[in-house]
Design a protein around this ligand. Structure first.
Ligand code: PMP
Length: 284
């Protein structure tokens, strides 16, 4: 059975799902997106994802293609039609189809909405977090509006590919001043010797991760001290622990950075508690 995707008002077999070649998402990456984890058929943190989607559209002046209520319905319908219990729901909204011109179209366009769902081995993600992953630093060459979740992801793709070719799971993006911004598709965290968790503030040109926000809440419940402050690559190399967060990666410890062990090179106690707390959060 083919996967079912939603494209501009229709549920279609995934292999036939297509948008027009003049779609501005295709030509200019003039589009925003969200990725929501589906766990046991339920969307994790759907409301904050919708909130961020609306914010991204607002910042780029893309008109919502529909209200939130119908959109929630479409998401549920895609999940139902695919009969996928654990997956990754991808939502993309572009400014729509128009004759090619850099400036916004002068005649109103219909924003394009596509929704796809693929299987995600969430248990595998949790299992991977028990061992931890390797990461490599890469220069952050992105623009000044990384708070907008736009599909303009070329620098992220290049960084991820570079890290992958070195044998890493994720790229740790570093700005010109030596500060870690975030990962290519994750937020970055370190744990200091005294057990304090540190992560860059979302006011500092990074994506305000939904998993990040949930982990901050969970850390509070666990009475883990957190500071929202930028840290350098040097700080990360010397940290007791390091981990990343994202909807698809949950919380995943980083045990090696640029070939050097973080701490003793195994998953540390603070990250372990947060991984477990997030796992339970997804089950709830
Ligand atoms: N930063 C970037 C650049 C990302 O692409 C993502 C994943 N979309 C994240 C952080 C993590 O965000 P979230 O927890 O909302 O998935």
């Amino acid at each position: 059975m083919s996967r079912i995707s939603y494209v501009n008002g229709a549920y279609v077999p995934h292999r036939d799902a297509a948008v027009h070649i003049d779609d501005r998402g295709y030509q200019f990456a003039d589009a925003v997106y969200e990725g929501v984890t589906v766990r046991h058929g339920r969307m994790v943190d759907l409301e904050p994802h919708l909130e961020r989607l609306w914010r991204s559209m607002g910042e780029l002046r893309i008109a919502p293609p529909m209200e939130r209520g119908p959109m929630r319905f479409v998401f549920r319908e895609v999940i139902r039609r695919n009969r996928i219990e654990n997956g990754f729901l991808y939502i993309q909204i572009s400014r729509g189809v128009a004759r090619r011109d850099h400036a916004f179209p002068t005649t109103p366009t219909h924003p394009s909405l596509i929704v796809t769902l693929k299987r995600l081995d969430v248990d595998g993600v949790i299992k991977r977090a028990e061992k931890g992953v390797k990461a490599f630093a890469e220069p952050d060459i992105r623009w000044g509006r990384c708070d907008v979740k736009s599909t303009s992801l070329l620098p992220n793709i290049l960084a991820k590919q570079a890290a992958k070719e070195k044998g890493g799971f994720e790229a740790v993006l570093v700005d010109r001043d030596g500060f870690v911004t975030e990962g290519s598709s994750t937020n970055m965290w370190i744990v200091k010797e005294d057990g304090t968790v540190q992560t860059r503030a979302t006011t500092d040109n990074i994506l305000p991760g939904i998993t990040r926000a949930t982990l901050l809440k969970l850390a509070g419940e666990l009475q883990i001290r957190v500071v929202e402050e930028a840290f350098t690559l040097e700080d990360a190399r010397g940290a007791a622990e390091m981990f990343l967060s994202s909807s698809t990666g949950c919380a995943t410890p980083i045990v090696e950075l640029d070939g050097h062990k973080i701490g003793d090179g195994t998953v540390g106690p603070v990250a372990k508690r947060l991984v477990e707390a997030y796992r339970l959060y997804m089950e709830a």
